[in-house]
Design a protein around this ligand. Structure first.
Ligand code: DAH
Length: 358
């Protein structure tokens, strides 16, 4: 075999070996090493080229073409193997870095309104739908609005019964106090109406916090009341009864029986305490209603002429009804809550059950 043919054969084998090794290269680094092995300065092709120098001069261009063709073939094969591996490696990286978005997320706890606030909102909404206007007075009141104007003069025994928190005051100042009920909002709303040149009809619902110096199983020094009143010509006890029955049935979401029991309040005449048919035992008699079938829920009456007089409304022309209810008491009855203190301890187990936090 001639020298030239053996060189050609050698180149042929080199190319086959190289192409096979490119295909099997595991990654880009291995490929880079193969590039050096075959095409590098000290590589195999250079080694073969050294044999070309030994050929007779006329044979050199022929084998030179062969060497160049082999070089080009190897370079191209390396480039395409490199491109393939680059794509493969990218796919592997994407696969490895993939985030599993099918995992359900962690929910963050959601807040909600306190059960007393929920009750307050529900009650206010019912009166609002009946056409009563919402009004709020200050929690720091004076004796005029909290007592005098409500027909509770100094030395009246009802004052002592209110267990009032007073602020310190000098003799010439009017004593300030934490309001003991929401009834002073009656006075403020009626005075506002008269002083701005208006006149009845006036229908108001006044929700809010009240304070009494009292604490036991059924009393808290701070609690909530809703005060409701209406002043117009020819307002009668029948209107009061109708509004009460509608409100209580709407709040408890069922037909509620009511009973008005004669009572005494300084700011109403006549006055009545209102009982509802026990919502726990269907009026059969249980622990909550102490066997009577009736539960007391609020105080009410026809606004006393002295109260109307104190705000400049003519009691010969106008009359009105009023009532005030304890919010916590009604919420307890509606949801079967046994102890008033649960509202103020903020035990998460109770609040969660009442829907404050999921
Ligand atoms: N203000 C009374 C209290 O806190 C409740 C009340 C009774 C309000 C009779 C009224 C009413 O408007 O007519 O005990």
């Amino acid at each position: 075999m001639s020298e030239i043919d053996s060189l050609k054969g050698e180149l042929q084998r080199l190319q086959e070996k190289a192409l096979a090794s490119f295909k099997n290269a595991a990654d880009l680094n291995a490929l880079q090493e193969l590039r050096v092995t075959y095409l590098g300065k000290k590589g195999e092709l250079t080694h073969v080229l050294k044999g070309v120098g030994k050929l007779p001069p006329q044979d050199r261009p022929v084998i030179g073409q062969f060497v160049n063709a082999t070089k080009t073939a190897l370079a191209e094969a390396l480039d395409s193997a490199e491109a393939l591996l680059a794509v493969k490696e990218k796919e592997q990286r994407i696969e490895a870095e993939r985030i599993d978005i099918t995992l359900s997320g962690r929910t963050s706890p959601r807040g909600a309104l306190h059960p007393v606030q929920q009750g307050l909102n529900e009650m206010t909404a019912i009166f609002s739908q009946m056409g009563f206007e919402i009004s709020e007075g200050p929690e720091i009141e004076d004796e005029f609005h909290n007592f005098d104007a409500l027909n509770i003069p100094q030395e009246h025994p009802a004052r002592a019964m209110h267990d009032t928190f007073f602020f310190e005051a000098s003799d010439e100042q009017q004593a300030k106090l934490l309001r003991t009920h929401t009834s002073p909002v009656q006075i403020r709303a009626m005075k506002n109406c008269v002083e701005s040149g208006g006149e009845p009809p006036l229908a108001v619902v006044a929700p809010g916090r009240v304070y009494r110096c009292d604490y036991d199983v059924t009393h808290s020094p701070m609690f909530h009341q809703v005060e409701v009143f209406k002043v117009d010509k020819d307002v009668s006890l029948a209107h009061l009864k109708g509004v009460l029955k509608h409100f209580l049935s709407a709040y408890f979401e069922k037909e509620i029986d009511i009973r008005l029991r004669p009572h005494y309040f300084p700011f109403t005449e006549p006055s009545a305490e209102v009982d509802i048919g026990c919502v726990f035992c269907a009026a059969k008699g249980c622990r909550v209603c102490k066997g009577s079938g009736w539960v007391e829920v609020l105080g009410s009456g026809m606004i006393h002429p002295n109260v109307l007089k104190s705000v400049g409304i003519d009691s010969e022309i106008y009359s009105g009804f009023a009532f005030g209810l304890g919010v916590e008491r009604l919420v307890m009855l509606k949801h079967g809550i046994p102890d008033l203190r649960l509202f103020f301890e903020n035990d998460m187990r109770f609040l969660r059950r009442m829907g404050v936090s999921k």
